[in-house]
Write a protein that binds this ligand. Structure first.
Ligand code: HPA
Ligand code: ZN
Length: 351
């Protein structure tokens, strides 16, 4: 997945100019769950439009419920929020709101996860979900200059048989998504549970990614690589517990789509200052920065960069490596990746 361009040497940037550079630099977002971009205001607007009753009186009381202790405590609220999505227009509106927000953060490339089983389980048709999201991606390319693609995620707390059924339903829409992923409750649902469905997706030429090592052990990262044969690891922050795994990830330049504010809000790390992002980079890993579920975790791409840099003291060299890892780790074609990296280099040359 590496791009054969010469490394760019990063000129020194004064600490007070770093936030402006972090905002302005071009970025790729490789780990965003579109249902996690549903802001409380949009949840309430869609609930009203669709006549869905919510167990919260208003936007403020919903927001107050966003106090999470671990992944599962978040997922319970996240799936409840998604229950307001019924019509194709709802999916379009949700994705369009995210893409406008991404454009404002100078995201040039977005690879967007969606969870069809959350919707088909409520009787929403697969076409409704995919067509609504896809029309927003098309509009983003034309109107915002954001190159956006979709990645279908299987819910790992459900069975492999249900994942196969979901794949069957999605195959008529095969040209509207570029890959598959694995998300939801990690502990107790190791990647190998989905060995056969990922093998089938591989035969179909789909890109493969999986959440592993968010709360789960390094063993889950090994099996995502060796059994599922994924091209990227989503999160992967637990990799540092296992030196042999770190060597493997570094040698193969496997991208890790790290989500610092998510890790903070789900108590994976006690504070951003204690996040291991710098150590991942220092170990030679292809770490990237992403927002995961920005409406729930308190920030989009620029918030993730700004807050993490402020807390850890990372510098412009780290910023360049993180942004470049994002483009190199993306599934964009060679010429598109090259174009984005050229724009990244320009932003640093001008800083
Ligand atoms: N982890 C697993 N599943 C998810 C997440 C996450 O951070 N966000 C949405 N679904
Ligand atoms: Zn995620």
């Amino acid at each position: 997945m590496s791009v054969s361009v010469p490394p760019f040497s990063v000129p020194p940037v004064a600490a007070d100019r770093l936030p402006a550079l972090l905002r302005a630099m071009p970025k790729a977002e490789l780990h965003i769950h579109i249902e996690g971009s549903l802001e409380p205001e949009l949840i309430f607007a869609l609930a009203q439009r669709n006549g869905v009753a919510l167990p919260y009186a208003d936007v403020e009381s919903l927001r107050r419920a966003y106090a999470f202790t671990n992944l599962q405590s978040f997922l319970d609220i996240y799936y409840a929020g998604a229950s307001v999505l019924l019509a194709e227009q709802d999916f379009h509106d949700m994705a369009w709101a995210y893409l406008q927000r991404a454009a404002a953060d100078n995201v040039l490339r977005a690879e967007i996860f969606f969870d069809p089983q959350t919707h088909t389980a409520r009787g929403v048709a697969m076409e409704t979900v995919v067509n609504g999201l896809h029309s927003a991606c098309r509009a983003a390319r034309a109107q915002l200059g954001v190159d956006a693609e979709l990645i279908l995620c299987f819910l790992r707390h459900l069975s492999e048989e249900e994942a196969f059924k979901t794949l069957e339903q999605a195959l008529p829409l095969r040209d509207k998504f570029i890959g598959v992923g694995l998300d939801s409750s990690e502990l107790g649902h190791p990647p190998e549970k989905f060995a056969r469905v990922f093998a089938r997706c591989r035969e179909l030429g789909l890109h493969l990614v999986a959440h592993a090592g968010e709360e789960g052990p390094p063993a889950y990262i090994w099996s995502a690589l060796d059994v599922l044969k994924v091209e990227r690891i989503d999160h992967g922050v637990q990799a540092l517990q296992d030196p042999a795994l770190v060597r493997r990830l570094a040698a193969e330049r496997i991208p890790l789509t790290v989500c610092p504010l998510s890790n903070l809000k789900l108590c994976v790390f006690p504070s951003l200052a204690e996040h291991n992002l710098v150590r991942l980079l220092d170990a030679g890993l292809a770490a990237t920065v992403n927002s995961d579920d920005p409406a729930y975790f308190g920030g989009y791409m620029n918030d993730n960069f700004l807050q993490t840099f402020a807390a850890t003291g990372m510098d412009a060299g780290h910023a360049y490596r993180l942004a470049r890892n994002g483009f190199e780790g993306s599934f964009a074609g060679e010429s598109e990746r090259r174009r984005c990296i050229d724009r990244l280099d320009e932003a640093f040359a001008l800083s």
